[in-house]
Write a protein that binds this ligand. Structure first.
Ligand code: ADP
Ligand code: GN1
Ligand code: MG
Length: 383
């Protein structure tokens, strides 16, 4: 099975040729037969490539160009990814503790390095492609929610003993919500794309929520919340599901694995799992926080990571969803004001729609926070 068709696009001939040349530098067996583009992520350029071996067997791989505007030191990203994939593979082999036994692996180039340089100096890598898997942008059933929580909980556990000194902070202050607020204010002042007049309501909502932005940072500073190695980009389409059974097979997109708070990871899971609609809905009245998906998400996450988390972390699980939705609302709004230079867009106003969706979700979560917390505490008591 290939990913959903809307997300995989055929490439024009010249692009096929360029992709073939990148693939030729990796130690892949067989002849290149096809290159297609996968468009579900917002950051990197991702291609699905097919090779045919002697005897006609077909194998597929992922070729990916690291976005150099987002990751200013792509080689440091590669060192982190190498470290994490080796660690997880080593652990899974020895301890067999993966959520299901399949892990992401880098393929070497013909000289043994795990990246190659493209014609314009870009850094490319090659991963195993998971056949029979798919990703979701909107969670469709409670099993997927449970599985996603479990997969990221297991991931948290797997990387818990990575030596922190081996991991470089490739995007400093990635989840520092207060700094994200400051960057938004700079974008508002500069108003480079002349879009400020139309976002007054969004800015007002953000201002009204200013007081919650530093809450987790304070708890970190006073030692209540431990800094761990975390994924930092746990949106739902960064986990691969079995296309038949919806079992979570593998956590992907390891570029932002860095020191962070477990709550940033759980918060982004809440943002992307409980939202009833896509990330960029034009009609925000349709946005809802689905309690029926929050519950299995908590159960799956706690099942896998419950022993690792302390009480303070558990007490903020519901709040983390509100905070990360607000944070992403600010990031999308910043990009809208800057003229869409960070997140990939396919239409005008998409980042504004994304911002509005996140802010609406933050307010839905705020309304249900009490109920969400009560559920978390119920699960936590049976830890
Ligand atoms: P981005 O940083 O742009 O989000 P990702 O690493 O998340 O890039 O990849 C984009 C998409 O490509 C994913 O959402 C997934 O659909 C697909 N993908 C990436 N790696 C794999 C893989 N190893 N096997 C199958 N699909 C993959
Ligand atoms: C980006 O790469 P992708 O699409 O999985 C972004 C995340 C955001 C997310 C919002 C490196 O994730 O931080 O939460 O978009 N990644 C980076 O959809 O900025
Ligand atoms: Mg991704």
């Amino acid at each position: 099975m290939t990913p959903p068709e809307t997300l995989v696009r055929a490439l024009p001939v010249e692009k096929q040729d360029a992709i073939r040349k990148i693939g030729d530098q990796f130690a892949i067996e067989g002849e290149f037969t096809l290159g297609e583009e996968i468009s579900s992520g917002h950051i990197n350029s991702t291609y699905l490539v097919s090779y045919e071996r002697d005897g006609g067997e077909r194998r597929r791989y992922i070729l990916q160009r690291i976005n150099p505007t987002v990751f200013l030191d792509p080689l440091a990203v590669m060192r982190n990814v190498e470290c994490v994939t080796h660690h997880i593979n080593w652990k899974v082999l020895r301890v067999a503790r993966d959520s299901s036994g399949q892990t992401l692996s880098l393929y070497p180039d013909k000289t043994g390095r795990f990246f190659v340089r493209g014609p314009n100096g870009g850094i490319w890598r090659c991963y195993n492609f998971f056949e029979g898997c798919r990703t979701y942008d909107v969670v469709e059933n409670t099993r997927q929610a449970y599985e996603a929580g479990h997969a990221f909980g297991a991931f948290q556990d797997l990387v818990s003993d990575l030596p922190p000194e081996e991991i470089v902070e490739t995007i400093p202050d990635f989840h520092h919500t207060l700094k994200r607020y400051d960057v938004l204010q700079e974008a508002v002042s500069a108003d480079r794309a002349g879009r400020r007049v139309k976002v007054a309501a969004e800015l007002e909502y953000i201002e009204a929520n200013r007081s919650i932005m530093g809450r987790l940072l304070e708890m970190k500073d006073n030692g209540e919340l431990p800094v761990r190695i975390t994924h930092n980009d746990t949106k739902i389409n960064n986990v691969l599901f079995d296309g038949q059974t919806d079992e979570a097979i593998c956590v992907i997109d390891l570029d932002t694995v860095m020191p962070g708070l477990s709550l940033y990871d759980f918060g982004d899971l809440v943002r992307t799992t409980t939202n009833s609609s896509g990330e960029d809905l034009s009609d925000v009245n349709k946005v809802e926080m689905r309690m029926g998906f929050f519950e299995p998400l908590v159960e799956g996450y706690m099942k896998a990571a419950g022993d690792v988390l302390n009480d303070a972390e558990v007490s903020m699980l519901a709040f983390s969803g509100r905070l990360i939705s607000l944070e992403l609302g600010m990031r999308f709004l910043t990009d809208h004001l800057n003229g869409d230079e960070y997140f990939r867009v396919t239409r005008e106003g998409q980042n504004l729609d994304r911002a509005r969706t996140q802010l609406k979700l933050a307010s839905c979560i705020a309304e249900k926070e009490g109920e969400m917390n009560a559920f978390v505490q119920k699960v936590a008591r049976s830890r």
